[in-house]
Structures are given as C-alpha cells and as structure tokens.
Design a protein around this ligand. Structure first.
Ligand SMILES: [Fe+2]
Ligand SMILES: [Fe+2]
Length: 299
C-alpha cells in the first residue's frame, strides 16, 4: 500500500454527461442495464447511511488525526457518489419509471424503521460489511470485461465510483476496530448488510422490470456468463472477511486504483497530491495492463 493510498483519500468532482446514454446502456442489453440501474437506485440513500453510521462515532476518531482525515475523505467521496447516482436516477425517472415512489418506500423501510431500530455499533458493522461488498464489486468492475460494452458516460461514472470504493475501503473498518473489534459484531453486520442489499437491490430490479416497455425481464447470456465467472472471486472475498485477522487492505490494490483512474479518464496529477478536487481529463484507458492487474487483485 502506498503512502498516497493509505494516508490521503482524494475527493474528486468529475463531471458526467449522460445526455446521449440510451436506456439499454450496457451491451445493448436492457436486462443487464437494469441490474446495474437497480444498484444505482439504492446507492445514494445507502451512502448517506454509511456516512451517518461513521459520523456517529466522531468522538472515537477525532483525536486520531490520520483516521479523522481519512474519515473526511470517505465522507467527501461517498457524498459525491450519492450526488452523481441521484443524477443518474433522475434519468430513470425521466424515462417514466416510478423512481420517487420506490425511493420513498425504500427510505421509510430501510432508514426510518430498520436503521432507527438497530444499535449504533451494528449500523457501523453493517456499513463495514457493505463497504467490503462494494469494494469487492469494484474490483470486479475494474478487472473484468463486464463494463467494456457500457456507454462511455456510464462506464466512466462506474469506474470512478469503483476506484474510490477501493481507496476508502478500510475507513469504516478502522473506526469499527476502535469501537468493537469482535468478529461476532462484524459477522452480525455482514448478515444485516447481505439481507438489506439482497432485498432492496432485488426490489429495485423488480420495479424497473415491471415498468419496462421492452418486454425483457432478464439479462442476456453474455452478462450471466460474466456473473458466473466472478463467483469464485466473490466466494473468496466472503471467506476472507470472516478471517479473524482480516483487514480490507490485506491486498495491495494501488496499481488497480491507478489503472482505474486512467480507465475513468481521471489521470493522477500533481493537484491530487494536494487533495484538491479536479476535473477529468480526456485520457482513455490503456487496456494493456489490465490482465496483469486482474491477476494480482484476485490472485
Ligand atoms: Fe460510494
Ligand atoms: Fe464506500
């Protein structure tokens, strides 16, 4: 892990122009596009929940300047993700999907009822588990061909989000380690997080499918093949999470972050070392190194 990755989490504010993104933006496959759209629908409220869960323990990290700085980076990154996925979700609403009605039900059930009935240490443990899941999906997004056929603006949005999930993957974990380092707490959070993600992701997908005009209900075979190919990696990632000595930064993913930034068209530049937001540059991915990076990330 490099100093840059460990010590500083950069908040970037790239701009995405989705004006010409089609409804079937992933591989011209409406079903596959909806699988990812469903995840986008639940992201912003979920990310605001992550921020609340970590901020609740400000008294625990405020005397640790290094961790406090990383928490600020984490909050900044998650805030930007929520903002950009809200923008993407507005496109879905503009296409006639009942996004607002879905989000109102989701907010009420997940955050007014379940969150308010869950103790603070388990809210944080749930956040830690979901951060592990999102950083695992981020590695998949950056190391497999799953996004190769995506519309450029969506691919850039998801690559940027994936990079930052990897960058801040240990922040909530490090706060939980100070609050309650027991494996039992981490495991309970994983159970809650898995249930929440499974239920609300599938409900969002069902809503999108029910209101689609194209008649397709499932992704095509190519997407299903991608999903099957990642199952061993996902299984390995779950097993690692339950190791007593697990830490999210056990694998050095700094090369993958650098490669992902190039892929997202956000080349690292000197201003990044200062931690200042910057605009993306027109710099397309160099795919030559992706195979090497994949081998090391999942090996
Ligand atoms: Fe995020
Ligand atoms: Fe995150």
């Amino acid at each position: 892990m490099t100093q840059l990755d460990r010590g500083r989490i950069t908040v970037r504010a790239p701009r995405f122009d989705h004006a010409d993104a089609p409804e079937a933006w992933l591989d011209d496959d409406p079903g596959a596009s909806r699988v990812v759209d469903a995840l986008s629908l639940i992201f912003p409220e979920g990310e605001r929940f992550f921020i609340r869960s970590v901020k609740h323990y400000a008294s625990v990290f405020e005397n640790d300047p290094e961790l406090a700085a990383r928490v600020r980076g984490f909050i900044g990154q998650e805030g930007r993700h929520g903002h950009e996925h809200d923008r993407w979700n507005k496109l879905l609403a503009a296409r006639g999907y009942p996004v607002e009605a879905f989000l109102a039900r989701y907010r009420e059930l997940a955050y007014e009822r379940i969150e308010s009935a869950t103790p603070a240490h388990l809210r944080l443990a749930t956040t830690v588990a979901l951060e592990h899941m999102t950083s695992t999906l981020a590695v998949v997004a950056l190391t497999t061909p799953v996004l190769d056929g995506a519309h450029p603006s969506a691919r850039t949005l998801l690559s940027w989000h994936a990079v930052e999930e990897i960058e801040h993957r240990a922040v909530a974990f490090d706060v939980l380690s100070k609050v309650d380092p027991r494996l039992r707490t981490r495991a309970l959070g994983f159970a809650i997080g898995t249930a929440m993600l499974g239920v609300f992701w599938s409900q969002a997908f069902a809503m999108l499918t029910a209101h689609a005009n194209d008649g397709r209900t499932q992704p095509r075979r190519r997407f299903a093949r991608h999903v099957r190919a990642t199952l061993p990696f996902l299984g390995q990632s779950v097993l690692e999470y339950f190791r007593r000595d697990f830490h999210p930064e056990d694998h050095d993913l700094s090369e993958l972050v650098a490669e992902g930034l190039r892929r997202a068209g956000i080349a690292p530049r000197p201003s990044e070392l200062e931690g200042s937001p910057h605009e993306p540059v027109d710099d397309r991915a160099d795919d030559r190194t992706r195979g090497d990076v994949l081998d090391r990330a999942v090996g």
